[in-house]
Design a protein around this ligand. Structure first.
Ligand code: UD1
Ligand code: UDP
Length: 364
């Protein structure tokens, strides 16, 4: 049974579900959505043509962390009682992930954690994800760590080495299925071909409000300074994000505020961008494969592999840092080339296969 509820979990669980569907002699997959997200989750399910067996439909406008947790636990209880799965798989660090993990423990069902072992070791950054993933790892029986570094984090917490598998990140598996040379999108027609496209996303809870506003103001200063840049910003549907994005960017020239892109569009537009600015976790994993520099709008990251590889630079939400680093990428070709020539540290795009082989070997 796979249980997930938000856009990034769906993107990174999709390769596993699709691979199980190709091997029905070995697996009997049950796909369960918490429905923590709605439209943004549906987009992923549609693109990968995956049908859910159950959907808890829990999403509410301005939902709280407690309401997500309690709704998932009570509804997953019923689904588990009905289906009695042999193994439950969760992904990453959302509140759906943690709630599904604790529910599987209550039912004594073996739990596999995909994308296990990421850490900042800072309780409130990112919030609540750092604690969601630590708690999920406490509850797990099999750990699918994307890199050696995440494996080492798990070892520091005394998890048994025999239960840890370094598989790469399934984000790379997904990316291999979406990016194409033939791709076209109307947003690209609206951008002057001589201009540089900067792709922006920002949604994290700890950035909502003042940090987000400060970041957008800094970007507006850069738009005034550089007449050859255009910002494409697919705005997350959270009301807290929508409000600040529209207040700061409506009617600002060379800023394209658009609806969240489906993953095929997002990956292809990212592949055509000059660079990316984001506080997203998943985007930090995808950028090295695409050869795109990323200014990370956060104080720290659980994806230091991308910083070491040279693709990611942490700039936080300080105006001076943001503007200085945008200037460097736009004006200093050597700086740009160093960031865009980094190697992908997240595996060979076969993570789903490695994960399923490990599960099959253990349970068959
Ligand atoms: C959640 C995860 C975060 C992840 C992000 C991916 C938690 C606590 N947070 O944060 O780790 O990075 O997803 O995007 O698990 N909304 C819609 N339609 C949608 C999706 C969201 O309208 O399809 C709106 C709803 O009003 C909802 C709000 O967005 O209440 C916030 O959604 P929520 O899942 O609580 O938080 P995210 O910021 O999306
Ligand atoms: N993404 C997308 N459409 C968008 C923005 C992002 O499909 O408009 C994809 C992106 O490629 C990545 C994932 O969504 O795979 C990241 O999700 P998000 O930033 O919402 O969450 P996080 O990774 O920070 O948890």
């Amino acid at each position: 049974m796979t249980v997930f509820g938000t856009r990034p979990e769906a993107i990174k669980m999709a390769p596993i579900i699709l691979k199980m569907n190709q091997n029905l002699d070995k697996f009997c997959p049950i796909t369960v959505l918490t429905g923590q997200h709605r439209e943004m989750l549906d987009q992923v399910m549609d693109i990968f043509k995956i049908k859910a067996d159950y959907n808890m439909h829990i999403m509410k406008s301005q939902q709280t962390l407690s309401s997500i947790t309690t709704s998932v636990i009570s509804k997953l209880d019923e689904i588990i009682n009905e289906t009695k799965p042999d193994v439950i798989l969760v992904h990453g660090d959302t509140t759906s992930t943690f709630a599904a993990a604790i529910t599987s423990f209550y039912h004594k069902i073996p739990l596999g954690h995909v994308e296990a072992g990421l850490r900042t070791w800072d309780k409130y950054s990112p919030y609540p994800e750092e604690i969601n993933r630590q708690l999920t790892d406490v509850l797990s029986d099999m750990y699918f760590a994307p890199t050696e570094l995440s494996k080492n984090n798990l070892l520091k917490e005394n998890h048994d080495i025999n239960n840890i598998y370094v598989t790469g990140n399934t984000a790379i598996d997904a990316l291999n299925q979406t990016v194409s040379d033939q791709y076209k999108h109307s947003v690209l027609n609206n951008i002057d071909k001589r201009h540089k496209l900067i792709l922006l996303t920002m949604h994290r809870r700890e950035n909502q409000g003042e940090p987000m506003r400060r970041t957008f103001k800094a970007i507006k200063q850069e738009i005034k300074k550089h007449s050859d840049i255009e910002i494409v910003y697919p705005v997350h549907l959270s009301p807290a994000v929508q409000k600040v994005a529209h207040e700061e960017f409506d009617n600002v020239e060379r800023v394209h505020l658009i609806e969240p892109l489906d993953v095929l569009d997002f990956h292809n537009i990212a592949a055509r961008s000059y660079f990316i600015m984001t506080d997203s976790g998943g985007v930090q994993e995808e950028a090295p494969s695409l050869g795109k520099p990323v200014l990370v709008l956060r104080e720290d990251t659980e994806r230091p592999e991308g910083v070491t590889a040279g693709t990611l630079k942490l700039v936080g939400t300080d105006s001076t840092q943001i503007q200085a680093n945008m200037d460097l990428l736009l004006d200093n070709q050597d700086f740009y080339n160093t960031m865009s020539n980094a190697k992908n540290p997240y595996g060979d795009g076969k993570a789903a296969e490695y994960i399923l082989n490990a599960i099959f070997d253990r349970f068959s």
